[in-house]
Design a protein around this ligand. Structure first.
Ligand code: HEM
Length: 181
């Protein structure tokens, strides 16, 4: 009998089902909150926003590390194939859904209390657009790596590791300190 590996298709499909179940549960919670409409709805949505942000950032900070190691792995090697599975699942099941939820809850917060006013908010949204562009760049890289067509050096990916870090620091300072109105 051969042992099932986590990189096989079946565990991948199960991970996918679990991820979609979690996303559905999250969406159901958000809908229930809107229907129930507690007085502190804003704080509940803010909590969901932060949970989504943490999940998105976990992937944004880790993905370029995977690219650094993947660049060093021989195309066609077992190691390289394992990285492909890790990258695809991280992007599809964690990062993209978390990014969408971050945007939905963030836009609700910006609209419901701030009516989209405030220099700090405009600056924050601008930086989140940049962060989303970096997400798009990572997503294209996952497709390129999957075809063994990575176009960049390990040094490039090590540098790209800093982009989400710097953007995250600026975004959190803008929203917490609100240094300008
Ligand atoms: C997708 C676009 C986003 C929009 C429109 C948005 C908007 C907002 C708004 C209006 C608030 C409420 C601020 C308050 O109550 O004082 C908030 C809270 C927060 N956001 Fe975002 N956000 C977005 C993405 C992000 C991202 C990418 C991060 C982190 C990398 C982030 C981190 C936070 C944190 C930490 C809070 C809690 C701040 C506090 O309670 O003091 N947000 N967001």
């Amino acid at each position: 009998m051969t042992m099932e590996k986590q990189t096989d298709n079946a565990p991948g499909q199960r991970a996918g089902r679990r991820a979609y179940f979690m996303i559905l549960a999250f969406a159901a919670l958000a809908i229930a909150l809107f229907a129930w409409h507690p007085v502190d709805l804003y704080l509940w949505i803010k909590a969901l926003h932060i949970i989504a942000v943490i999940s998105w950032m976990a992937g944004m900070l880790y993905m370029p590390r995977l690219f650094v190691y993947h660049t060093d792995a021989e195309p066609g090697s077992r190691q390289s194939e394992t990285f492909k599975v890790m990258e695809k699942r991280l992007l599809r099941y964690i990062m993209t859904p978390a990014m969408i939820l971050t945007w939905i809850f963030g836009l609700y917060l910006a609209w419901s209390v701030y009516d989209f006013h405030g220099g700090w908010l405009h600056a924050k949204i601008g930086l989140v657009v940049l962060l989303s562009a970096v997400h798009g760049l990572f997503s294209r890289a996952v497709r390129n790596f999957a075809r063994d067509e990575n176009k960049h050096s390990a040094r490039y990916w090590r540098m790209m590791n800093e982009a989400p870090t710097l953007l995250m620091i600026a975004i959190v300072i803008l929203v917490v300190v609100k240094p300008f109105a």
